[in-house]
Design a protein around this ligand. Structure first.
Ligand SMILES: [Zn+2]
Length: 281
């Protein structure tokens, strides 16, 4: 499932190819994905100019000159890519939505498992839309800080790892990056969320940003390289410190042959957490 860095990289890859273009046609090859496509989507989009692309949580927002926003979610398996000459492009099996642009290119939404979502929302109603209402701060924005995080965690007895996955606490930090950020901050994922001290809150904000930014940087290069060949998006080449590393020596404290410094896997809130029980306190 694409996490925030993948979505950010997809958005960054699409933006220069879509911004400023006028939508000249829309092909819908089915009724919808996880939910039906917005009614009259094709009629509405035709003639609209794409002003800019942005991201909120794991959603890509396509801002139109009609004061509407097309909101895209990749679901489990969704891919969005631009084909420079869409008329010569042979459709593949799961290409469900094609948006034709004024320069002859086309944006393809391909989704084998069909958990993706397309919304059409008025720009001034975005924050009150059910998908966005109550969302916590963007982890990469200035509105996310140590004090803001601690305020959100105040009095919470649930584990800090589980709290970080709560979209009301911070938007879009998924399972992998919650484990990685807690490891880098040397905070035990099992600790009560409300027990974090001021310094730890500030450090955790810093490590959340750094793990996300590192992943975006690696995804960005993957995206550019891969687009040269066929315009689709490459898989991320992740280099995780603890995620999926259970049974391996801890990359921080295993030096010196400490037998207990082995990455553990536990389940919290139904999701796997990876951590070092020795150096994460
Ligand atoms: Zn360790």
């Amino acid at each position: 499932m694409p996490e925030l860095p993948e979505v950010e990289s997809v958005k960054n890859g699409l933006a220069p190819l879509m911004e400023g273009m006028v939508i000249v046609g829309v092909d819908l090859h089915r009724e919808g994905l996880r939910i039906p496509f917005p009614s009259k989507l094709a009629q509405f989009l035709k003639g609209c100019r794409i002003e800019s692309l942005s991201r909120r949580a794991k959603y890509i927002l396509v801002h139109l000159d009609s004061r509407k926003i097309v909101v895209l979610h990749l679901g489990m398996s969704g891919r969005i890519f631009v084909k420079p000459d869409i008329r010569s492009y042979a459709l593949s099996k799961h290409d469900h939505l094609i948006v034709h642009l004024s320069n002859g290119s086309g944006v393809v939404f391909n989704d084998a498992r069909r958990f993706g979502i397309v919304y059409l929302i008025d720009s001034d109603a975005l924050e009150s839309h059910p998908a966005f209402k109550g969302l916590g701060p963007e982890p990469l924005s200035k509105s996310f800080s140590g004090p803001v995080l601690l305020k959100k965690l105040e009095g919470k007895k649930i584990a800090i790892k589980v709290a970080l996955m709560d979209q009301r606490v911070v938007a879009g930090v998924g399972n992998i990056y919650a484990s990685e950020a807690l490891f880098e901050a040397a905070i035990d994922p099992r600790r009560a969320a409300g027990s974090l001290r001021e310094k730890e809150g500030a450090l955790l904000v810093k490590t959340i940003r750094s793990v996300l930014n590192k992943a975006i940087a690696s995804g960005g290069s993957t995206l550019r390289d891969y687009r040269k060949s066929d315009g689709t998006l490459g898989e991320f080449q992740h280099k995780f410190l603890v995620y999926g590393k259970d049974g391996r020596p801890c990359p921080r404290c295993a030096k010196g042959g400490k037998a207990k410094s082995v990455i553990q896997k536990i389940v919290q809130g139904g999701r796997a957490t990876f951590f070092c029980p020795v150096c994460q306190k």
